[in-house]
Ligand binder design. Sequence first.
Ligand SMILES: Cc1cc2nc3c(=O)[nH]c(=O)nc-3n(C[C@H](O)[C@H](O)[C@H](O)COP(=O)(O)O)c2cc1C
Length: 331
Amino acid sequence: MTRTLDWDEVVQAATRAPSIHNTQPWRFTAVGDRLEVRFDPQRSLPVLDPTHRQQVISCGVAVEFAVLALRSRGHDVAVDAGAQDDPDHLATVRVLGDRPGDDDERVLAAAIGARHTTRAPFLARDVPTDLLEQLQADAGGLGVWVADVSRDDAELVSVLLLERAEQAEASDPAYRAELEAWLRTDPESADGIPVDAVPVDDPAARPSNWLVRDFLVGRRTAHAAAPVADDAPPPVVERPAVLLLGTMRDDRTAWVQAGRVLGRVLLRLTAAGLAASPMTQALDWPATRARLTAELSLVGHPQMMLRLGWPSTPATTTGRRPVAEVLTTAD
Ligand SMILES: Cc1cc2nc3c(=O)[nH]c(=O)nc-3n(C[C@H](O)[C@H](O)[C@H](O)COP(=O)(O)O)c2cc1C
């Protein structure tokens, strides 16, 4: 007999998933031993993500967090992609029965509550090569590739396109208005990005090649950085690894799979004491995304650019909508 299913607990874990601008664009329906995961078009980002690609990736992370929460509680599960009749129905997580928990998945599930996006500079300490290899191995099973772009020519191309995209975004009033609509000054807010979670300093002024998204573009004077004393020590130069995740196809099923792998990657990093922040500016726009694909001779489609390293400060927790708002139970 299958153990009792506590869908509230599972959805609680699923909703700790990261999502673009913390839009949390998901809806869950529990039907007996199945959890259906849908995209919520009410929470879209028409300027930044008109195809909903990044939001579907976000839902894919939520799918994987639900899978890990179930497996760590001793349930055997399978994931079915979408439903033909409803494009917003992205995946169904089916409980097949009981299965003794796997240690690795328990470790990953235990990291769900501790994972946060870390945009602060990382320490000047290399990311271990064997960890990068493990992340690449994790991804293969779900048909997603993971490439390290923090070396040689790949770094030059990626850094250049990231800067181009960031500049284009910063000068686009529609982009800025949308970004501002998801910034939150109330740290208790249930969605959006709290100002405390984004860098106060100008990301372009950091001693790092990798430009994190500037959430305070146009508002910098209101959040001016403290002056630097003449005798202050030189800033630490971070040494992040930067990964590109990609898929062969570029449709909703591929985006869900990319999200599932992203979820595993983030949890594996958290469990190892590292942290990460997506930097998706170059993938936001078709032109820079296509150029990245061409110039790096990528096979398939880049879906996520992720900066990772050793955290120098604890990250800020972001809010989530209550489970009751996103979970419906059906007979
Ligand atoms: C598909 C996707 C794209 C994202 N893009 C960026 C980005 O370009 N820059 C950034 O700083 N954070 C990015 N994020 C991180 C979200 O802002 C973050 O997950 C959200 O604010 C919730 O915070 P948390 O991850 O700390 O829980 C992205 C997340 C996802 C899932």
